[in-house]
Write a protein that binds this ligand. Structure first.
Ligand code: ATP
Length: 869
């Protein structure tokens, strides 16, 4: 119980346990504050200046410099010879060959000497290659290349021997092939290959001519001469095989056995199958075989050579092993002497080859290149001491070149191709390929290399020249040492000069590169400007065209608006006020008028009626109903013909004519009124012109019936026919005027106005306030009726014989008009009909002109009031 009473245990301090405790923020390395050195200026290393001197002092060889040791090693396996073809001077040749005429005076000996000197000068100046010594030559570019591309002369050295242009075949044999032949006779195989551009003398060197035999002939002579002299070798046999690799029409390569019975050859597992070997016993036999083979060889004439070899020709002379001696030893083993006459490398520009001949050139160049690769592989193979081939195989390569100025590029290419096999020294060369590419100008090592080589080359040349001079001329030691001493102190100055000149060269090249880039950009800029100009011109022309089009569009729009308005007007006029309906004068409405027809449809209004008074009405119905407040309707009969019938009943008929008149440039049809009035008995004509469809729009219509030229013709019968030939003048009036040209017009008073128009003495009545009435004295009766808006003619039922069959419109006569008709019909116009024709143009007409009576005014008012309804 105590326990129960004891105070409750106080809750311990609550501890909140988080399931996911707070993650500790990882100290990021970036947040670490770097310790800034307090004395940065002192601790920072000093920035060294741009190491231009170091860069300039870097010496990187421009071309892979052949290792001299390697060259010496390869020289044991490969001997490279150079033969320079004599320069053919056409001028001098012509001068020498030109036979002197018998009667020609002998030339001045002084002049002759001058010519000789001149030819010698030409010879020396035109030669691109000069022989320095037996192992080196200097290749000098022509002056044009020197100035334009800054190519300098190059010294090539390391040749086994250099044959100058005047070297004979014998000398070449002795120096080049004789060692090989001697080794061959001892059982060591060897190979001689002639390599060079087309026309440089490869074939001449290898095969020669009957007068000047080549290497093959000389070798054969030596081989068989030895066999005869040396008894031990007489037991050996020699075989000759000759074949060519050529390209048939530039397609694939083929091999042909050039021996007399030879055919096509095939390659199987790197061996040639089917090649025939002809055993030869003497040199003459071998030479005969070779000469026959040469006839089968593919040759062609090119620009470079009149008889250019088009195939790679290979001659193999194989000797069998000699019989073993008594001890069982074989004194001489089998050996093969291979002589290769390669087809000359060709440049397309020089040869001018085209088509299949060009493909052939490509084949030749490719095979020449492959030959070079094979030769390298062979040399590499021979370097391996384990290979037995090294022991008994010797190679000789003879490079034939031409020494003309134009042959510089060919010669340069060939020597560079052969450079891996010999020592080459450059003499201030600027590689043309470097000049072609602007990028290479920025590569300082490539630029500096020629400079370095230049000076080293110069030094070497000077020393070597001094040495050669000492050797050749046997100069005293003092002189030689003096020369060398002279060179020695110059060295430091030369180095400084080299640095300065290198810097100068770099800046020059850089400036040149920048200049080239600027030139290119300038050209691009010019092109862009011209394009911009063209575009601007095009834009301006397009703008003008656009303006013209806009103008045309505006005109078309205005035309279309007008035409729309006019068409609307015409449509409305056609639909609402079809003037074909015409105006009819209904005689039945009147007590006196039997038939009255008024047709408003034609400007040539003719009113023909038997015994009626014709009326001619010209009307210009409202084509602009919406705009024009008033429309003028004019009935005009300038050529009124009236036929009077003697009998009292007169019919006044209107012969309507239709016409269309162009108005206000919009080809609007203007419908005129064809008034057809007919009257049979009565002398009055009630004109009830009630426009049917223009009540709302037309405010006023004035009907002008005018017949100034009315003619009256009296017939024997009782019918008077009045023919109206109205004028075609139609205008849009602000008001429609209805002229009643009848001279005997009598008007009756309308109900509304109660004014009567009685004109027994007047020729005509004018209801228009603007125009005077034209009187027509021949007209007997004209009754005009003004109705609300439409003029129409009423035809009498008795006038079914009338020619015009016009649809009778619905009659909508207002009460006033009917009253007016009635009143007008009541008018007595009998006296007017009886008036003579002459009165029409008489004084009476003139007197009546311009008279506006009270009745006219009232009629006008009536018209106005009704039209404005
Ligand atoms: N050393 C020389 N002395 C005199 N004439 C030479 C000499 N070298 C070449 N010729 C003449 O030059 C002409 C061309 O020589 P050749 O046909 O040997 O040239 P090529 O190098 O064989 O040309 P291709 O590769 O086109 O066959 C020949 O008429 C040849 O007589």
């Amino acid at each position: 119980m105590e326990e129960m009473k004891s105070p409750p245990l106080t809750c311990p301090n609550t501890v909140t346990v988080r399931r996911n405790p707070h993650r500790k923020a990882r100290p990021t390395p970036s947040t670490a504050v770097p310790q800034i050195p307090t004395t940065p200026s002192k601790n920072l290393p000093e920035i060294s200046s741009f190491p231009i001197d170091e860069i300039l002092s870097i010496q990187i060889p421009q071309n892979p410099q052949p290792d001299l040791s390697q060259a010496s090693s390869t020289s044991n396996n490969l001997n490279v010879f150079l033969r320079i073809r004599p320069l053919v001077l056409v001028k001098s040749g012509d001068q020498n060959s030109k036979p002197r005429g018998k009667n020609v005076w002998p030339k001045n000996p002084a002049k002759r000497v001058a010519v000789k000197e001149k030819s010698a000068k030409e010879k020396s100046s035109e030669a691109c290659i000069t022989v320095n010594d037996s192992q080196s030559v200097t290749l000098s570019p022509p002056l044009a290349l020197q100035t334009s591309k800054r190519i300098r002369s190059v010294v090539y050295q390391g040749f086994s021997y250099v044959f100058s242009a005047d070297s004979s075949q014998g000398k070449v044999y002795e120096k080049m092939l004789s060692p090989l032949v001697e080794e061959f006779l001892k059982g060591k195989s060897g190979m001689l290959a002639a390599l060079g551009p087309s026309g440089s003398g490869k074939t001449h060197t290898i095969f020669g001519s009957p007068r000047d035999p080549g290497m093959v002939s000389l070798a054969l002579q030596r081989i068989f001469k030895g066999t005869t002299s040396i008894g031990s070798e007489s037991r050996r046999s020699f075989y000759l095989s000759i074949f060519e690799i050529y390209s048939e029409r530039g397609k694939g390569e083929r091999m042909l056995d050039l021996s007399p019975d030879g055919g096509d050859l095939f390659m199987q597992q790197s061996t040639i199958k089917g090649l025939q070997e002809v055993i030869i016993s003497d040199a003459a036999e071998a030479e005969f075989l070779i000469s026959r083979a040469m006839l089968r060889r593919a040759t062609a004439m090119t620009n470079a050579n009149s008889q250019s070899s088009r195939s790679q020709c290979i001659i193999n002379i194989r000797s069998t092993a000699s019989e073993p001696d008594g001890k069982g030893n074989v004194p001489v083993k089998d050996a093969v002497l291979t002589i290769v006459d390669l087809a000359g490398a060709e440049r397309e520009k020089r040869t001018g080859n085209q088509g299949s001949r060009l493909l052939e050139s490509n084949f030749i160049n490719n095979t020449s290149m492959i030959f070079g690769l094979c030769l390298r592989a062979l040399l590499e193979h021979q370097k391996n001491p384990r290979k037995p081939l090294e022991k008994h195989f010797q190679n000789s390569l003879i490079l034939t070149v031409k020494s003309g100025e134009e042959d510089y590029l060919d010669t340069s290419y060939l020597l560079r191709q052969a450079s891996p096999y010999m020592k080459i020294k450059f003499d201030n060369v600027v590689d043309p390929s470097n000049l072609a590419s602007n990028k290479r100008h920025f590569q300082t090592p490539r630029v500096e290399q020629p400079k370095r080589m230049k000076f080293s080359g110069l030094e070497a040349c000077s020393i070597e020249e001094a040495k050669s001079i000492v050797e050749e001329n046997q100069l005293s030691e003092d002189g030689c040492s003096k020369d060398i001493k002279d060179h020695a102190p110059v060295k430091p100055d030369v180095v400084d000069l080299a640095k300065k000149e290198r810097n100068h060269q770099i800046t020059q090249n850089f400036a040149k590169a920048v200049w080239n880039v600027l030139k290119q950009y300038n050209e691009k800029l010019k092109v862009a400007e011209s394009e911009m100009k063209i575009l601007r011109d095009k834009l301006s022309s397009e703008k003008t065209r656009n303006q013209e089009l806009e103008k045309e569009l505006k005109e078309l729009k205005s035309c279309s608006n007008c035409s729309r308005e006019s068409s609307e007007a015409v449509n409305s006029s056609k639909t609402n006020t079809d003037f074909k309906y015409g105006m009819k004068l209904d005689g039945q409405m009147s007590s006196n008028v039997n038939e009255t027809s008024l047709d408003v449809n034609s400007p040539h209004l003719r009113t023909s009626e038997r015994g009626s008074t014709p009326l001619k009405c010209e009307s210009t119905p409202g084509q602009e109903e919406d705009t024009l407040p008033q429309i003028t309707l004019e009935c005009d009969s300038p050529k009124l013909k009236a036929s009077e019938w003697n009998s009292t009943p007169n019919n006044y008929g209107f012969t309507p004519r239709q016409d269309q008149v162009v108005l206000s440039q919009e080809n609007l049809d203007v419908y005129s009124l064809h008034l057809w009035a007919s009257e049979t008995n009565s002398t009055s004509l009630n004109c009830d012109t009630t426009p049917e469809h223009e009540k709302d729009t037309l405010s006023q219509i004035n009907v002008d019936i005018d017949s100034p030229n009315a003619k009256k013709s009296e017939l024997n019968g009782t019918i008077e026919n009045y023919d109206f030939s109205p004028s075609q003048d139609q205008d849009v009036f602000s008001e429609i005027n209805v002229d009643v040209p009848s001279s005997n017009l009598k008007t009756s008073e309308c109900d509304t106005i109660s004014e009567q128009y009685n004109s027994p003495t007047r020729d005509h009545q004018d209801v228009s306030t603007q125009e005077p009435l034209d009187s027509s004295p021949s007209t007997k009766k004209v009754a005009s009726t003004v109705c609300n808006n439409v003029l129409y003619s009423e035809t009498s039922p008795n006038t079914s014989h009338k020619p015009v069959t016009i649809e009778k419109p619905k009659r909508r006569l207002m009460p006033a008009s009917s009253i007016l008709l009635r009143d007008i019909s009541a008018l007595d116009v009998e006296d007017e009909f009886e008036k003579p024709k002459g009165n029409r143009n008489g004084k009476k007409v003139a007197a009546n002109e311009g008279k506006i009576t009270q009745g006219n005014l009232s009629l006008l008012r009536l018209l106005n009031t009704h039209l404005r309804l």
